[in-house]
Ligand binder design. Structure first.
Ligand code: BES
Ligand code: MN
Ligand code: MN
Length: 461
């Protein structure tokens, strides 16, 4: 019998990893119809696991899409904080499969890291919270704060049904803070609190030329080619110095204050190491901003996919009927994804040559978010990380998006504490995704400390 959570975690290391491997083995890929049963299986696995460690009132909520897993443990008393732990158990598709060195859903441990789809994003990180709760319950018999948990199965496809669920369950979910582990540390050995996430506006452009594919010899020279037209459109979206040219795009962008720029740039960035890791000769981005600002605090526009014409091996002379592209824009305060989508549609229509037709579709989006960093809950989080990692944590912004963070703020009035334990090179969404085991165990320890720190706050809010 362990006397304290540190000892309990130390003794539990192997078992924790065996359990984590079990949940990682379920291919809960949310965007694939074929995996619908696996996503459900994963939700059921989590519910059963939460039951087994003593979390109460566990429940699976069906949605129009994938289910939401809920549970709570609220015996700290009404004078203690209520926190809502949020995470996602769905994962990105594993392809391209041939680039994995071990199968994505057969997790293996190598050099102090666990490899597999969902290890860092986000199953490994939600498991940190479950193991922290277990460790506290087993050694102290109760939790120092009131805890509610929701894990969703649709984060990677835009959290469409969670937003509606939050709106219709505000009493159930009401909390002082939302705690999320779905971001990264600054680097190995440098834990971080993330205080800003970018928003997202994800669009599709479909260009149609002639009503059928044509012989490029017979018709070439007289008929516009939708691929060429699309290339022309894309080339007009951004200037060579990295400014986005969509009319009105920057209207709502809040300028970075001198103070914030100072903070962001205080952290060491090794541009040479960055280039070496990616095997690129030069970085590229908006002029007038540093690499860290471009990566996290300025908006972006990127093509994510493009298609049209003959893509098979060898040559086939064809003047295609259609071409298309997916374009994502990362947004910063105070940009609104719906407004940006409209501006984008208008602009693309304006720059499309008369010789083709264009259709612009808004696929999904999410607002950016910021957490004020002077709150007691943030100070407590810094203190917990300091104890868990035995080093000074830092504040960072992340370039990625978790659109539901803003919904928690709007519907529940709760700020998010983004205490993530990934690393920037965990290769989330890529082949050979991994999660550092040191971070996993120190994460569990930090979360245990965090609940205590929150519980000790003199006056909450
Ligand atoms: N965990 C990530 C978000 C993230 C990535 C935070 C990197 C910090 C650093 C999340 O699962 C994710 O992938 N979000 C998507 C958005 C979603 C709407 C598809 C993203 O950022 O592309
Ligand atoms: Mn994630
Ligand atoms: Mn993700």
């Amino acid at each position: 019998m362990s006397k304290n959570f540190l000892e309990y975690i130390q003794n539990g290391r192997d078992r924790f990893l065996d359990e984590l491997k079990e949940v990682l083995s379920i291919p809960s890929v949310s965007n694939s119809e074929e995996n619908k049963q696996d996503v459900l299986k994963c939700a059921n696995w989590l519910k059963a696991h939460m039951d087994s460690i003593g979390i109460r009132n566990t429940k699976i909520f069906e949605t129009k899409g994938h289910p939401i897993v809920y549970g709570d443990y609220m015996s700290a008393g009404d004078d203690k904080p209520f926190i809502l732990i949020y995470g996602h158990y769905d994962v990105q598709p594993p392809d391209p499969l041939d680039l994995w060195t071990s199968p994505p859903f057969k997790p293996v441990i190598k050099d102090g890291k666990i490899y597999g789809r969902g290890t860092a994003d986000d199953k490994g990180q939600i498991f940190i919270h479950l193991k922290a709760i277990e460790s506290l319950l087993q050694t102290e018999g109760t939790l120092p704060v009131n805890v509610k948990i929701i894990f969703e199965g649709e984060e990677e496809i835009g959290s469409d049904n969670l937003e509606e669920f939050i709106s219709s369950h505000t009493d159930l979910l009401k909390a002082d803070y939302v705690v999320i582990s779905d971001t990264s540390m600054y680097e190995k050995g440098k834990p971080a609190i993330c205080y800003g996430l970018r928003g997202l506006c994800f669009m599709q452009i479909d260009v149609t030329g002639p009503n059928r594919d044509l012989h490029s010899g017979t018709y070439g020279g007289g008929v516009d080619n939708p691929i060429n037209a699309l290339a022309e459109i894309i080339s007009k979206l951004k200037s060579p110095d990295g400014k986005i040219l969509v009319d009105g795009f920057y209207d709502d962008v809040a300028d970075l204050t001198a103070e914030e720029r100072n903070e962001l740039n205080k952290l060491p960035t090794d541009e040479e190491a960055f280039k070496k890791d990616l095997n690129i000769n030069a970085v590229k981005g908006e002029t007038g901003y540093t690499l860290v600002e471009r990566l996290t605090a300025r908006p972006t526009l990127d093509c994510n996919g493009i298609w049209g014409g003959f893509e098979g091996k060898g040559a086939k002379t064809v003047l295609p009927s259609i071409a298309g592209a997916k374009v994502s824009m990362r947004l910063v305060p105070d940009q609104d994804p719906d407004k940006i989508a409209k501006l984008f549609e208008k602009f693309v229509n304006k720059i499309t040559p008369d010789s083709v037709k264009v259709k612009v579709t808004n696929l999904h989006g999410g607002k950016p978010s910021v957490t004020p960093i002077n709150s007691p809950a943030i100070k407590a989080a810094m203190s917990a990380l300091r104890k868990g990692f035995e080093t000074e944590p830092v504040f960072i912004k992340e370039g990625g998006s978790i659109p539901i963070v803003n919904v928690f703020k709007e519907k529940l009035g709760a700020d998010a504490i983004l205490m993530g334990f990934g690393l920037p090179d965990d290769d989330i969404h890529s082949p050979n995704e991994k999660f550092d085991l040191d971070n996993f165990f120190k994460g569990i320890i930090s979360v245990c400390y965090y609940y205590h720190e929150l519980s000790n706050l003199e006056k909450f809010k």
